[in-house]
Design a protein around this ligand. Structure first.
Ligand code: TMP
Length: 234
């Protein structure tokens, strides 16, 4: 077994076959509220890996540069080694989640324009909202890097919205992460799955994402299987 370098809430990162690569392993754990709620769901890692690989392939084909090299098996992928920017990059198309709590607005308002938002990826401080000046001052990224991240993220939003709409799902919001290679290339990294997106059925507004676990309103595995089934039926 390769050397474990980092263990996150839902994934592990191992040393790769060579120094420019990592292996990412998807676990069955689900957490919410910065780890306050924690459970295991057999098969979740396989579902997220499968869903995320399909989405990363679609984005690569559309010209987005990602860390993805290849899927090794149901739970493991080979990726390019990057240093992750400690920023959670979020886009909101419809109000939900922390946006509603923070600003006292109702869930489900369709926004005139997508909101681009970043927060500091730091569990100890509760992932606080962070603007560009904060990130630059703390030397988390340069202004140029942040401009590239924003432009790429808004492109990804358009691609994901169209992708999910074909599955009769509305992309409410999502979180992505970017990293930088040793050569300074910025790549989309981490995952895109129902753990990191909010997806609502176009006709019924039924939730097809981790909110079923956060809010105890449905079976997580059945929900994620239903998302994958729509992707495979397409
Ligand atoms: P939020 O409304 O809780 O800020 O979440 C916005 C989106 O980002 C939602 O699709 C869930 C996703 N997200 C993550 O994937 N990981 C996180 O740690 C957080 C806070 C949000």
């Amino acid at each position: 077994m390769e050397k474990l370098l980092y263990e996150g809430k839902a994934k592990q990162v191992y040393e790769g076959q060579n120094e420019n690569e990592y292996i990412i392993h998807y676990k069955d754990d689900a957490t919410a509220g910065n780890g306050a709620k924690h459970d295991q769901f057999e098969g979740k890692g396989v579902l997220n890996n499968t869903i995320s690989c399909i989405i990363f392939d679609m984005l690569e084909e559309a010209g987005i540069k990602t860390h993805m090299i290849e899927k090794i098996n149901d739970r493991d992928i080979r990726v390019k080694k990057v240093e992750i920017f400690p920023l959670e990059v979020i886009v909101r198309n419809i109000t939900a989640g922390s946006f509603c709590k923070r600003y006292g607005v109702k869930e489900g308002i369709v926004l005139d324009e997508p909101i681009f938002e970043t927060s500091y990826k730091n569990d100890e401080y509760g992932d606080p909202l962070m603007n560009e000046d904060h990130a630059v001052a703390l030397k988390l990224a340069t202004r140029e890097e942040l401009a590239y991240i924003k432009e790429t993220t808004l492109k990804i939003n358009e691609l994901l919205k169209a992708f999910f709409l074909k599955l009769n799902l509305k992309l409410v919001d999502f979180k992505i992460e970017f990293g930088k290679t040793a050569d300074g290339e910025i790549l989309l990294a981490d995952e895109i799955s129902p753990d990191s997106c909010r997806l609502w059925d176009v006709d019924t507004n039924q939730k097809y994402d981790k909110d079923v676990f956060r809010q105890d309103i449905g079976d997580l595995i059945e929900t994620y299987k239903a998302v994958l089934a729509r992707m495979q039926d397409k």
